[in-house]
Design a protein around this ligand. Structure first.
Ligand SMILES: Cc1ncc(COP(=O)(O)O)c(C=O)c1O
Length: 372
C-alpha cells in the first residue's frame, strides 16, 4: 500500500457491515441524574413497563440464583410447552430469542441472500433494516400513510425478488395498528413464497377486536410468522427474552442459525412465570389506558398533534426541533425519544408512564415548549 493512503481498518470488514450504523444508546438514567444534579429522572424513552417486572418473575429469578452454573435448556422445553398451550400452536413452531430483535436477525440470516428484497415501512422498527443490510439484502421502505403502515403500497412493492415482509403491528414509533380486514386483503395479494412477519411486540396492549394479528393465519397454515416479546408488558426487557410463532420449516431453519444457548436460563424461567401473572398484565393494561387518556387530553390542551396509539407509547408532534426539545426535557429529568433517527424533525415518541411520571412529563414539556 502506498505511503499515506488511509487504512481505516487493518482487517477489512465485509462491505455489508459498513452499511450499518451503530445503535447510539442514551446515557443511563442514574448517570443523567448525577451529571445534571437532578433528584429524579424519569425514563420514557424505551417503551418499558414502569410498573416493573411481574412479581412472579422476580421470585423465579431469585430462586434460580443457585443454578447459574448450569447451562440453559437449549431447547427451551418448559417455555415452549407453555407457549404452545397458550397459543395452540405446536412447540416445533416456536423459536426463542435473546429478545425478539435477535429473532429478526435470525430471519435475515436464514432467508435473505445478497440482492434479495425485504419490504417494510419507512418509519418502523429499525432492526428489520439492519437484519436485511447485514445479509446484503435490499430494504424496500414503503412510506407510511398518516402514520399507518400502507398495506396496499406494501403489497405493490413485492416483486419476484422479495423474500420477507415485515409488518410492525402496532407500529413503532407511530403506535398505529393495522386492522384485520387490511391484513386479510394483504395476504391474498402476497405470493405464498414470501414469508410475512408480523412483529407484535405491543400486542398485549392493543385491546381492539379489529386487531390484525397474524396468529389465526399462522394457525391456518399460511406462510406467516408472529413475533412477541417479554420486554414490554411483562417488564423483562433487561433479561432479553422474546419468541416467534412461525411455520415449522422456518423454526427448523432458525434452529440452524441460532446459537444453542441463545436464550439464557433466567430469561426462560422468568418468562414462564410472567406469562401466567395475569394480575400484573391487567394492572399494566389499566395503567396504560388511563395514562393514554390523560396524555391525549393534555397534549390536545397544549395544541399538539398526536398519532392514535395502540401501544404503550405515543408519538406527539411538538412543532419544534425534536432534538432541542429532547435536550431541554433531559435537563428537567425526563428522557424521551426524539424521532430524528426515523427522518422526522419535530415529533417525540413518549412511553406512557405511571400517573406521576406522566404528570411530570407534561409539566416539563409545558415549560420546555415556552423556551425552545
Ligand atoms: C416493534 C418492536 N419489535 C421488537 C422490539 C424488540 O424487543 P426485544 O426487547 O424483545 O428485543 C421492540 C423494542 O422496542 C419493538 O418496539
Amino acid at each position: 500500500m502506498s505511503e499515506g493512503a488511509p487504512v481505516p481498518y487493518p482487517t477489512s470488514p465485509r462491505p455489508e457491515v459498513l452499511t450499518l450504523s451503530p445503535y447510539i444508546p442514551g446515557k443511563p438514567a442514574d448517570e443523567v441524574k448525577r451529571e445534571l444534579g437532578l433528584e429524579r429522572v424519569v425514563k420514557l424513552a424505551s417503551n418499558e413497563n414502569p410498573l416493573g417486572p411481574s412479581p412472579r418473575a422476580m421470585q423465579a429469578v431469585q430462586e434460580m440464583a443457585e443454578s447459574l452454573h448450569i447451562y440453559p435448556d437449549a431447547a427451551g422445553f418448559h417455555l415452549k410447552t407453555r407457549l404452545s398451550q397458550v397459543y395452540g400452536v405446536a412447540a416445533s413452531q416456536i423459536v426463542l430469542g435473546n429478545g425478539s430483535d435477535e429473532i429478526i436477525m435470525h430471519l435475515g440470516q436464514a432467508f435473505v441472500r445478497p440482492g434479495d428484497e425485504v419490504v417494510m415501512g419507512d418509519k418502523t422498527f429499525p432492526v428489520y433494516k439492519t437484519s436485511t443490510l447485514l445479509m446484503g439484502g435490499k430494504p424496500v421502505e414503503v412510506p407510511l400513510k398518516n402514520g399507518f403502515l400502507d398495506l396496499e403500497a406494501m403489497a405493490s412493492a413485492v416483486t419476484t425478488n422479495t423474500r420477507l415482509v415485515f409488518l410492525c403491528n402496532p407500529n413503532n414509533p407511530t403506535g398505529t395498528m393495522t386492522r384485520k380486514a387490511e391484513v386479510d386483503r394483504f395476504l391474498e395479494a402476497i405470493p405464498p413464497r414470501v414469508l410475512v412477519v408480523s412483529d407484535e411486540a405491543y400486542a398485549e396492549y392493543v385491546g381492539d377486536e379489529e386487531y390484525g394479528t397474524l396468529l389465526p393465519h399462522l394457525k391456518n397454515g399460511k406462510n406467516v410468522a408472529v413475533l412477541r416479546t417479554f420486554s414490554k408488558i411483562y417488564g423483562l426487557a433487561g433479561l432479553r427474552t422474546g419468541y416467534g410463532l412461525v411455520p415449522e420449516y422456518a423454526a427448523a431453519l432458525i434452529n440452524r442459525v441460532r446459537l444453542s444457548f441463545n436464550q439464557n436460563a433466567l430469561a426462560q424461567r422468568a418468562a414462564l412465570a410472567a406469562l401466567d401473572d395475569l394480575e400484573h398484565v391487567r394492572k399494566s393494561i389499566r395503567m396504560v389506558e388511563e395514562g393514554k387518556e390523560y396524555l391525549y387530553r393534555e397534549f390536545a390542551a397544549m395544541g399538539l398533534k398526536t398519532y392514535p396509539t395502540w401501544g404503550n407509547f405515543i408519538m406527539v408532534d411538538t412543532g419544534k426541533d425534536c432534538q432541542a426539545v429532547f435536550r431541554a426535557l433531559l435537563r428537567r429529568g425526563v428522557i424521551v425519544r426524539p424521532t430524528s433517527a426515523w427522518g422526522l424533525h419535530t415529533a417525540l415518541r413518549i412511553t406512557i408512564g405511571t400517573p406521576d411520571e406522566n404528570a411530570l412529563l407534561i409539566e416539563a414539556l409545558k415549560q420546555v415548549l415556552q423556551e425552545v
